[in-house]
Design a protein. Sequence first.
Length: 468
Amino acid sequence: MSSATSDTSHTAIFGWPTWLKNIPFILMHLACLLVFLPDVHATPTAIGLCIGFYVLRMFGITAGYHRYFSHRAYKTSRWFQFVMAWLGCSAMQKGPLWWASHHRHHHLHSDHEEDVHSPHVDTLWWSHIGWVLSDDYVHTDWNAIRDFSKYPELQWLDRNHWVPGLTLAIISYLVGGLSGLVWGFFVSTVITYHATFCINSFCHIIGNVRYKTTDKSKNSALMALITLGEGWHNNHHYYQSSANQGFFWWEFDISYYLLKTLSWCGLVWDLRGVPETKKNPKPEALVEPVKPPPVIEAAPVPVPAMVSLQTAAHSVLSSLNHAAEVASQAATSARQLAAGAGTSLSHMAESAAAQAKQAHQALIHAAEIASQSSASLKDSASQVAHTAAETLFHALESAASLARQASHSAAVAIQASGEFASYAADSAQQRIHQAALAASEAWTQAVEKLSQAVQSLKSKAIAVEVVS
């Protein structure tokens, strides 16, 4: 979903006002009141259509729109891909490309400022239904769904997403008459609406938390039963690319059972699972912090001898501050990547974020050393100045190494990802690479300038001894 929102909250697409655009959605709810008409009866056929079409369309949303188009949790053929998109469209929740692009954006910013349906950023009403009625999110974010927008049949279905739903309404009427239409289409559609919406709203407020994530996602057995497995929402936000959202045998996941059955028929394949190391993660290893530098205390040296080294230290300090700023941006970008990427990319991005954070801390630490060196050299001897320069070299080398590791980790993550490689990972990899280059440049400058300064200091010290 595009992070930019419209400034005109009362003008819809084509200039239609908001209330007019939402009339079909409102009428769908009002049509449910037709169950009280004397000619509408809860016949076995009507109730059968309601339950059957609910399950069919919920499967289209959960297994099609969500697990396939949004997260690519399995593979299928092009024709069956269209079938899954058609089933999802019959739920009347707009097209597959629109739905998946918005959902991918949600995972990148879940429960943070740019998340459009977070009950923690906005109200419960907004996260449940308000954002659906808003004018700000009527368009498809094509940059987020480039892997599927290349198929013309999916583009057509995205534009004409009402066709499958209308077809289902006609079938309901032909099979069950007016009662079949009311129960099989209107009531079934509205129940499907709000069951799906509850995942966005209530599953970020009510439930249990098994895994630590960057958002407030919760597991709910009740919602898992209603939505064919989607209620294991904390599981899903922890490891997004798995075809099964119930990670353990007692976590029922009807959508996954149906996908597994389809895989036996050869209609889908390569269903992604959850590695045992992810289901039962080990405690995170503690990262040993960078040790602070020793305090330098020494006898004073002649003022002319320390001017060159002081100037060099200030120059290095400026370079380090720039490197630290870029590394900080890298850490932020990588953390966003880790929060939303899923797939095998997720744990790699977490590693990139941690390494970028270390690089940031190490660079700031190195800058502090440079600053301390600049101050302490006013009262240090030539040998102590040489020791201070060596200490700074080691700190900078450590920072450069950490930044290179972060850049490499992000690069590997991009290669491993089939989901957000072009959409999310590029930014993190680029910034982390910039951090590596900045750190390396700062390190090179430090070696060159401080070496020159130390050499100058030694030469002047020798000259002083000769004169003496």
